[in-house]
Design a protein around this ligand. Structure first.
Ligand code: COA
Length: 323
C-alpha cells in the first residue's frame, strides 16, 4: 500500500512587496537581492489575515483538485512556525473551517521543513490504513516575525500556503521520506520570542520575536546537509540521478537550489522555481512549488519528484514521490 498525492493547492496573499519597495526603506538594492537570493518579490498577508486563513484557501483548492469532499478528510497534518494561536493548533483550526469533525489534527513545528515532516507523518498513517484521505498543509505568515529594519533577513521572507491530499493506492506514490534534525545548530537560525521564554528580550527589555540568522553559515551547512539528503533519497530507492524528472526544492536561495541541481546533474529547466515570486515562505514553499508545477502542466502523472527542505533547528529532509 502506498499513499498517493490526489490533489494539490496553493494560495498567496494579494499584497506584493517588491525589491523596489524594500529599496525605499533599507540600504539594499534590487540587483543585490536578485543576484544573491533570486528573489524579486514576496507576498504579505493583510492585517488580520492569519496563517489558517491562507491555509484554508490552499486546502480548498487541493480538496477540489483531488475530487474529494471535506467530509472525507480523516487526518490533518499542518506544518507551520507561525501559528494563529498557542492552541488550539492550526490543524484543528483548519479542521473547524472545513467543517470536518472528529479526525486527528496536528501541527508540526519544524521551521522550513514543516511540510516534509507533515507529509512523512501523514504518509505513515495512510500506508498503515489508519487514514484514507489525509490533508497535508504547509502555511506561514513569516512577515509577522520579520524585522523589516534588518536588511539581512527582511529581503528574504514572505507569506503563503500550500496543501496536498493523500489517498491510499496500490500504485506507487510516495516512495520514501527521510527526516533529520540537529539542535547543535540552534543559534544559527531562530526566532527570539516564545511563550515560555517570553516575548521580551531580557537584555533590552523590548518585545522581540524576530528571525535571527547567520546567513552565510546557514548557506554552507544547508548545501552540505541537503546534498547528503538528496544522495540518501536516491540510494534508499536504488535510483540513479537521471530517474528524477523534477526537483521541487525549498525556495530559500537560488544559489542553494542551483547547487542541488548540479549535484543531481539536472538542468535548471527541470527545477520548479518559485523563489522569484514569493521569497522564502518556510513550510509553505515546497507544496506551493509543487502546486505551481502541477497546475501549469509541467508535472505529469507518473513523473518522479524529489522534494527537499532545510530550516531552523536545523531540520532537513526529503520526499521521493511518484506523482
Ligand atoms: N543588501 C545589500 N547588502 C547586503 C544585504 C542586503 N539586503 N544583506 C547583507 N548585505 C551585505 C553584508 O552586510 C555584507 O557586507 P560586507 O561585505 O560589507 O560586510 C555583504 O552583503 C555580504 O554578506 P553575506 O551575509 O556574506 O552575504 P551572502 O552572500 O551570504 O548572502 C544571504 C546573504 C542571507 C542571502 C545568504 O547568506 C543566504 O541566503 N543564506 C541562507 C539563507 C537560508 O537559506 N535561510 C533559510 C534556510 S531555511
Amino acid at each position: 500500500m502506498y499513499s498517493r498525492i490526489a490533489g494539490t493547492g496553493s494560495y498567496l496573499p494579494e499584497r506584493v512587496l517588491s525589491n523596489a519597495d524594500l529599496e525605499k526603506t533599507l540600504d539594499t538594492n534590487d540587483e543585490w537581492i536578485r543576484t544573491r537570493t533570486g528573489i524579486e518579490r514576496r507576498h504579505i498577508a493583510a492585517p488580520g489575515q492569519t496563517t489558517v486563513d491562507l491555509a484554508e484557501q490552499a486546502a480548498r483548492r487541493a480538496i477540489e483538485a483531488a475530487g474529494v469532499s471535506p467530509s472525507e478528510i480523516d487526518f490533518i497534518a499542518f506544518g507551520t512556525t507561525t501559528p494563529d494561536l498557542v492552541f488550539p493548533n492550526c490543524g484543528v483550526l483548519l479542521q473547524a473551517r472545513l467543517g470536518v469533525r472528529g479526525c486527528p489534527a496536528l501541527a508540526i513545528e519544524t521551521a522550513c521543513t514543516g511540510f516534509i515532516y507533515a507529509l512523512s507523518i501523514a504518509d505513515k498513517f495512510v500506508r498503515s490504513g489508519e487514514a484514507k484521505c489525509a490533508l497535508v498543509v504547509g502555511a506561514e505568515t513569516l512577515s509577522r516575525i520579520t524585522d523589516y529594519a534588518d536588511r539581512s533577513t527582511a529581503i528574504l521572507f514572505g507569506d503563503g500556503a500550500g496543501a496536498v491530499i493523500l489517498r491510499p493506492s496500490s500504485e506507487a506514490g510516495l516512495l520514501s521520506t527521510h527526516l533529520h534534525a540537529d539542535g547543535e545548530y540552534r543559534d544559527l537560525l531562530y526566532s527570539r520570542g516564545g511563550v515560555s521564554r517570553g516575548f521580551v528580550d531580557p537584555e533590552t527589555g523590548k518585545p522581540d520575536i524576530a528571525i535571527r540568522m547567520a546567513g552565510n553559515e546557514v548557506f554552507k551547512i544547508a548545501v552540505t546537509k541537503l546534498g547528503a539528503a538528496v544522495d540518501e533519497a536516491l540510494a534508499a530507492n536504488s535510483l540513479e540521478k537521471s530517474a528524477i524528472d523534477w526537483l521541487i526544492p525549498h525556495q530559500a536561495n537560488i544559489r542553494i537550489i542551483q547547487a542541488m541541481a548540479r549535484r543531481l546533474d539536472m538542468p535548471m529547466e527541470r527545477v520548479i522555481l518559485t523563489i522569484q515570486e514569493h521569497g522564502n515562505t518556510s513550510a509553505a514553499s515546497v507544496p506551493m512549488a509543487l502546486d505551481v508545477g502541477v497546475r501549469d502542466g509541467r508535472i505529469k502523472r507518473g513523473d518522479t519528484l524529489l522534494l527537499e527542505a532545510f530550516g531552523g533547528g536545523f531540520t532537513w529532509g526529503s520526499a521521493l514521490v511518484r506523482y
